[in-house]
Design a protein around this ligand. Structure first.
Ligand code: 7TS
Length: 405
């Protein structure tokens, strides 16, 4: 289909809103995406027509809810190129999925083992591994980055050894937009026998990965980053890994048999899905995936690349504006500062003009430390943003500069 942004915008009711008397310009897509009507309708339909707990089977509503939930699992499986449906574990999101894996590795890692993290991670892909290292006496090492916001691959290779057991990094940095060379990292890590976890939270709305072809061991992401609801996400794990890892949480639905003497666990994926999940969220995640695929990931990427290069060149015309993260391989994220002006002040002024950007360290403090800055203003674009909205941002930033300098 041809890319008709005005038609696409019709699908997103929130884009009709005014904020502070101005039409909303939503440029905080890296924090969370907006939701198309189809996703909203799907959730209303579930709660209005077949709300029931799943995997209980006895009555009709429960069967309908279970079927819809399992259809969503299949859609996720197909979308991400996953071999077996039971390799798709529903979680509450990326953070939950990473903690699940980190917890599981507590019984696998030992003193002397090393785990590698990239210098440009979200805190949720740093802290759970630090906690794991504290529990196991394994050592956390960092793959450094350079001034353009790219990983230093020679240093990565030097860090790899037979002691390396795990490598975890994001596909795309939330603070810089850099697309990391995950194929190369996975191949090199596998050569020393290390497992790799890819955090797809920031890439999933822009890049459709084929996890089978990538041969990655774990992949995690959140539905809300790709037009789905909050509170649901996935852990993909290779079957052999998921079978090896112990359950993360105990409770209903994750057992085979419970007695006070001994409990045996259910098979995959239920072993990792204790308790009542976000049923409506899971079903709507499937609808969000359908919606994005209907537009087409190639079309989305091409359109967003156009917005990124236009916004980059327009913003750079403002004297004293510096962009952090200048890799050629980027998604549509621009982190910037105005010379001598605190990012929070810029964010406050542009919000008054109806423009939503995020300011601060973006839960990636080590990146800010690298650049020796307190934070940045981050504008992150989606396929429903327009060139006119970029112009409004540029004008608003100019105004902020005038008012604050
Ligand atoms: N990993 C990356 C790369 C992220 O960008 C985020 C969220 C997470 C993990 C955590 O995802 P969650 O769904 O479990 O919260 N990033 C952002 C952001 O950039 N601004 O707000 C949230």
């Amino acid at each position: 289909m041809s890319f008709d942004v005005q038609k696409i915008r019709e699908d997103f009711p929130i884009l009709k809103r005014k904020v502070n008397g101005h039409p909303l310009v939503y440029l905080d897509n890296a924090a969370t995406s907006q939701k198309p009507q189809a996703v909203i309708d799907c959730m209303v339909d579930y709660y209005s027509n077949y709300n029931a707990n799943i995997h209980r089977w006895v009555h009709t509503l429960s069967q309908e809810a279970t079927d819809a939930y399992e259809v969503a699992r299949k859609k996720i499986q197909n979308h991400f190129g996953i071999i077996h449906p039971e390799e798709v574990i529903f979680t509450s999101g990326t953070t939950h999925a990473i903690n699940l894996v980190a917890n599981g590795f507590s019984s696998i890692l030992k003193k002397g083992d090393e785990v590698l993290v990239s210098a440009m991670e979200h805190h949720s892909n740093i802290v759970p591994w630090q906690m794991l290292c504290e529990r196991t006496d394994a050592t956390l090492k960092v793959i450094p980055m350079n001034e353009t916001g790219e990983l230093v691959m020679e240093d990565f290779e030097k860090l790899l050894s037979e002691n390396t057991k795990l490598v975890f990094l994001n596909h795309v940095s939330n603070a810089l937009g850099t697309i990391n060379p995950i194929e190369e990292i996975i191949n090199k890590a596998h050569k020393v026998g290390a497992a790799v976890l890819i955090d797809g939270a920031q890439s999933c709305a822009h890049i459709k990965p084929n996890l089978k072809a990538l041969d990655v061991d774990f992949y995690v992401t959140s539905a809300h980053k790709m037009c789905g609801p909050t509170g649901v996400g996935i852990l993909y794990g290779k079957k052999e890994w998921l079978e090896k890892l112990p359950p993360y949480q105990g409770g209903g639905e994750m057992i085979k048999e419970v007695t006070f003497e001994k409990t045996t666990y259910a098979g995959l994926p239920h072993k990792f899905e204790a308790g009542t999940p976000n049923i409506a969220g899971g079903i709507a995640f499937g609808v969000a995936i359908d919606y994005l695929n209907e537009i087409g990931f190639q079309e989305i990427a091409t359109y967003e690349d156009g917005l990124l290069s236009y916004a980059t060149s327009e913003l750079l015309k403002i004297e004293g504006l510096k962009i952090y993260g200048t890799s050629k391989n980027k998604t549509s994220v621009i982190s910037f500062n105005l010379d001598g002006i605190h990012p929070y002040d810029v964010g406050t002024i542009v919000d008054k003009l109806g423009i939503a950007v995020r300011t601060g360290h973006h839960c990636a403090q080590p990146i800010m430390d690298y650049y020796k800055i307190p934070g940045t203003v981050r504008a992150s674009f989606s396929f429903y943003n327009t060139k006119e909205e970029v112009d409004k941002l540029v004008e608003a930033v100019k105004r902020a500069k005038m008012m604050l300098s």
